[in-house]
Structures are given as C-alpha cells and as structure tokens.
Design a protein around this ligand. Structure first.
Ligand SMILES: Cc1cc2nc3c(=O)[nH]c(=O)nc-3n(C[C@H](O)[C@H](O)[C@H](O)COP(=O)(O)OP(=O)(O)OC[C@H]3O[C@@H](n4cnc5c(N)ncnc54)[C@H](O)[C@@H]3O)c2cc1C
Length: 594
C-alpha cells in the first residue's frame, strides 16, 4: 500500500517517480524500474504508507526503498514469467555466516520458496574448536543486519563461537526454502542458461538454479609437505592443522605436570592456535612466520594482555620457507631452519598457513569453466550505488569491493570464498587475491571500526552484503549503529528520525562520521563509538533539528560545516586514550575467563 500526495492533495505515480529520480538515490541502472516498483508498492502486500511530494525526507525514504529492491509483487495482475519447473530461483552454495547474512539482507518480505541452500554445519559451532571460545569481535560488529544491534561492547563482550554459529544457522534454517546438508562438488552453466549444482548424497545428485551465490568459505588448508600422506616423517600424525589443535588437543591434552611442547607455524592465520596453546598451559617452543608475513596485531585484541601476551612468545622469523624442515625426534618432532634446530622434542607442530580457493583449487575446484562465460576470471562486484561513497565527494573515491561475479551477474562470490579467490590483477599483471590494502577494499574499511583488516572478516562481509541487497533494517527509525552503518543506513535513519534536519547538514554529518572513523581514533576505538559518544551524537542531532523545525532558519553551508566540525572535535575528545578501551574491557573479566 502506497498513498501519493502533494501538499496533502492526491498526486500521481509519475510525479513521484520523477521526484525519486531527482534524488539521485536510485542507481542509474535501476531508474527504468522506478515506476514498476512503485506500482508494486501501490498494489502489493507491502505497507509502505504515505509519501507527500512536498516532504523531501518521505520522497528519499521511498527512493531508498526502490534502490533496495525486492518489493513483493501484487498477488493478482500480470505476473513475471515463472521459472522452468524444477529450477530454483537462487542456489546458495555454503551454509555459513555469509549465507546467513545474504539471506537476512534479502529482507523479511522476500519470498524464499525458490531458494535452495547446500552446505554443512557452520564452522564456528565445532570445526574451528572451542579451545578459544570466542570470535575476536563484538556482537555489534557481527550480529545479523536485521537485528540492527547498536549496544556498545568492549573486548569483554566478544561473541561466543558456538552461540554465534548457531545463531547464523538458525537464520539459514528459517529462511531457506530447502537446505541440503551436503557439499557441492561441481557447478556448471548449462547451455539453456541455468546452473547445475552436483553433489554426493549416497550417490551422485544435482539440482538446477537460475542464479548461484557462492559462500562456501575456504578450500583445503595448506599443509607443509611433511604432513602429506607420502611424507617420510614417521610421526607425521603430530603435524596437525590449527583447527584440529584448538578443537581436539588444546584442552583435551592440556599439560598437567610435565610440560608439553608445541610449535605453531603461520602468522595471523594461526594466531588463535598460539593463543589456545598459551591459554591452556602449553610450552610454545617456537612461533614460526616469514619475514614478509609478520603478525598484525588487531587493535582491541586480548592477545597482547594476560593470560596471552603473545608478543612475548618465542618467535622465529624465517626468510626462506624451503629451508624449514620437520623431522622425527624419537617419538616426537623437531623443526629445523637449514642446519639450525629451531625446536626439539616437540609434541605437535601446528600449521595455519592459509587455505586454497575452493572454486579453482588444483585438485577438485568446484567451478566449471562454463561459469566464467568466456572470461578469464570473475570480475569484482563494486559499490556503484554510492553506499560507501559520499554525497560531497562524488567521483573522487574508489568504489568499494563487495565480491566477485561473472559477466551476467548470475554467479556471485562473497565472504571468505571471495577473500580466497584470485581475480585481482597484481602489479605484474598476474591474477591474485585482492590485497587488504587495495583502494577498493580500503573504500569499504573506511566505514568500519579499526579491527577489520580483510575482506573475509565478518564485519566486512556483513557491510558488503547489506550494500549488495540494499538492506536497511525495519527498525532504522529508532536507531542506527553509527560505528558500522554505511551512507545508506545513516541517511535513512536521519530522514526517519530527524526529518527536519536539512539535507546539507545530513550530508556533512555522514561525511564526518566516516572521516572520524578512519582518522586517528580508529585504532583507539577498535569496536566502535562508546555509549557516551553515541549519546553526544544523538543530543547534537536533536538540537540541530530543533533549530530548523518549522523552517525557522535557512540552512547554510557555513553552519553545516561548523556544526559537524565541532561535533567531530567533541567525539575526538570523548575517545578513550590509547589502550584504555581494551584495558577497561579486560578488567571486567577474570584472567582465566579471557
Ligand atoms: C581460523 C579462523 C579464524 C577466524 N577468526 C575470525 C574472527 O575472529 N573474526 C572475523 O571477523 N573473522 C574471522 N575469520 C574469518 C572468517 O572468514 C569468518 O569468520 C567467517 O567464517 C566467514 O564466513 P563464510 O560463511 O564466508 O565461510 P565459512 O564460515 O567458512 O562457512 C562456509 C560454509 O560453507 C560450507 N561448505 C564448504 N564447502 C562447501 C561445498 N563444497 N559445498 C557447499 N558448502 C560448502 C561449510 O560447511 C560452511 O558451512 C576467521 C577465519 C578462520 C579460518
């Protein structure tokens, strides 16, 4: 239901369509759909309410709704051509958190009866282990977008791994039309233009879909050669991956009395294994990583404090990976760098050396070349709608990286799978994974808190998918997470909650929020603005709106610039000193509970 008015009098759909076009909110490639989508709003089941052409905020809200898409169609009247029988509208490959974010951001009105998901248990429930019981992020950073979680939490409130995994699984289970608990073995594009997804479930099986969203995470964990089946190391069962260590060894074989020794191989990819070893009393004989892969300490991490203090662990930095060797040492292991013994009498060598790309890995890549539609590789999906842009900086900013897709856009890759896919052209002209410092990645990270480094981290994935599906939560009128919201969400919140705040002030405000997040305070605020800062922001917005209520005052650029500048200064002053936020969070936990 949509009622269109102009100064309280009935107005036409065409007039509203023109007004929406003028806002510039609907991307160019969707403008031809404005009238059709408005008709869906008028005649369909969604209760949008009233839009008065004289009220710019209401017109903008309607524009954002059109940009977001997925407006349910009227039950009667002309229907879009239905799918071929037995063909799903959408197949999601993988049933982890990215799949859950994708389903969640399609919105509550989406008809999921044509959606099929294939995948196994969310890895945070069991596979990655509970030897470290939390994910290194707070709920405000990783909760489902529809919950619009805004409560401040420091590192004392990191999300519990199993609880988080189960929450994401519940979304998949609730939303997907059908969930096949298996693994895809092949994805092909058939001549008739649909995809066939093959899997094995007591014999070969398959299903077809018009569109495929690939969110199956990482492929095989890279092993050192000594851990391979054909290795000559007798004790090779003592060379284990980090998931196995955290899940099955760290607690279960916890040293009691006699010291147990472990070597961990891998930088940030393996850091949770070093932490689990330290926490559960193992002797870390050495933490190995290469000179060009030094650990990056995430701002806000617990790992630099008691009981971890990982910076003090004995670290061995190597320059040539080929010189590192793992050999038997009686019933245990030793590690050598060339002729030098790095560590001897080691119970386990634990590796966390990254993983293959599931789509293309040498043995058993699941993507058939037909998916590429004649291209050499998938291309980046970029934010062309300005979700991570800024109204005041148009054309000067890199478009944010969201994922990968083929030419028709009917095969898309998101999440950890997107981090692992090599589709970016490196300086030597080779295809490589997208770097965390790529300007297109930085363009999105500028909208996030300081502890997000890579495309495969949850907070990044969540923001990317909100943009892909033009998602704004239903509760946006009541509040927004100033720390992780994109320009879309911020603008809609301002329009709904502070309708008399002038456009000029709204634009400068949004620009300021982004600027301040990337500036000097980003590392001091690893999990976003504090409660005190949020209260201050809201007070200032209320006060500014008051000045313009009933058009008592004309907006000027100078007023908008001064206002946002003063607000920025106040937010900087309210930012805790370096290290203070982490220390305060940790002080809320006993050392043994960290
Ligand atoms: C050890 C480790 C620690 C991490 N720590 C953090 C952290 O603290 N904070 C953070 O933000 N991010 C962290 N990450 C990044 C990680 O990418 C995200 O947390 C998150 O797991 C990404 O979700 P995803 O759904 O893309 O992939 P995954 O979580 O890996 O889920 C992939 C899903 O696909 C399924 N699947 C696999 N193969 C197939 C197939 N062939 N067919 C169908 N389904 C398949 C799996 O069963 C699984 O359900 C960590 C990653 C790792 C590996």
């Amino acid at each position: 239901m949509l009622v269109i008015k102009n100064k309280g009098q009935p107005a036409t759909l065409t007039q509203l369509a023109r007004a929406i076009e003028r806002t510039g909110i609907v991307p160019l490639n969707k403008q031809h759909r404005i009238k059709v989508e408005l008709r869906y709003l008028q005649q369909g089941p969604e209760r949008f309410g009233e839009v008065d052409l004289d009220n710019a905020q209401q017109v903008e809200l309607a524009a954002y709704r059109i940009a977001r898409g997925q407006i349910p169609r009227p039950i009667s009247g002309r229907q879009a051509p239905s799918r071929a029988p037995g063909v799903y509208a959408l197949a999601i490959i993988g049933s982890g958190t990215t799949a859950a974010y994708y389903l969640d951001t399609l919105g509550p009105a989406h008809d999921h009866s044509g959606t099929i998901v294939i995948g196994q248990q969310n890895p945070w429930i069991h596979k990655r282990g509970q030897g470290i019981s939390y994910i290194n992020h707070t709920w405000r950073q990783v909760a489902m977008p529809s919950t619009n979680t805004r409560e401040y939490g420091g590192n004392e409130s990191f999300a519990n791994r199993a609880e988080f995994g189960r929450m994401a699984e519940a979304v998949v289970s609730r939303r997907a039309g059908r969930w096949v608990k298996s693994s895809a073995t092949r994805i092909e594009k058939l001549r008739e233009g649909v995809y066939r997804i093959s899997y094995n479930d007591r014999g070969p099986k398959s299903f077809k879909a018009e569109k495929v969203v690939f969110t199956a995470g990482a492929g095989s964990i890279r092993k050192p050669p000594e851990a391979e089946e054909n290795s000559t190391v007798r004790n090779r069962s003592r060379i284990i991956d980090m998931d196995t260590f955290i899940r099955d060894k760290a607690v279960q074989e916890k040293p009691r009395g006699a010291a147990k020794r472990v070597v961990v191989w891998g930088s940030n990819a393996a850091i949770d294994a070093v932490a689990a070893a330290k926490k559960h009393g193992w002797t870390i004989a050495a933490w190995l990583y290469s000179r060009d892969g030094q650990p990056a300490w995430l701002p806000g991490t617990r790992y630099l404090s008691e009981p971890y203090k990982l910076q003090e662990v004995h670290q061995h930095v190597y320059t040539d990976r080929r010189r590192l060797k793992i050999q038997d040492s009686g019933g245990l292991l030793k590690v050598l760098d060339g002729a030098d013994i790095v560590a001897d009498t080691v119970d386990y060598v634990v590796y966390g050396l990254g993983s293959e790309d599931l789509l293309t890995q040498r043995q058993g890549g699941v993507m058939d070349p037909s998916v590429l539609e004649g291209q050499q590789a998938l291309s980046p999906i970029l934010d062309t709608s300005g979700v991570f842009g800024n109204a005041l900086e148009q054309g000067r900013q890199a478009q944010a990286f969201l994922g990968w897709q083929n030419a028709s856009g009917t095969f898309q890759v998101f999440g950890l799978a997107a981090e692992n896919y090599a589709g970016a052209v490196d300086p030597r002209g080779n295809l490589a994974r997208i770097a965390p410092t790529d300007p297109r990645v930085m363009a999105l990270k500028q909208w996030l808190s300081g502890d997000v480094l890579t495309v495969g981290q949850l907070t990044y994935i969540r923001s990317a998918l909100r943009a892909v599906n033009h998602f704004v939560p239903g509760s946006i009128e009541h509040g927004v997470d100033y720390s992780h919201a994109d320009a879309n969400a911020l603008r809609v919140h301002l329009a709904a909650r502070y309708p008399e705040l002038p456009e000029l002030h709204a634009s400068w405000f949004i620009r300021m929020i982004k600027r301040i997040r990337v500036g000097s305070i980003q590392t001091r605020l690893p999990h976003g603005f504090t409660e005190q800062q949020v209260n201050h922001i809201e007070e200032q917005l209320r006060a500014k709106q008051e000045e313009f209520r009933g058009r008592r005052k004309q907006p000027t650029n100078i007023d908008a610039v001064n206002w946002q500048w003063q607000l920025a200064q106040a937010l900087i002053e309210l930012t805790p000193a370096p290290g203070e936020e982490v220390a305060e969070g940790l002080s809320k936990l006993r050392v043994e509970d960290r």
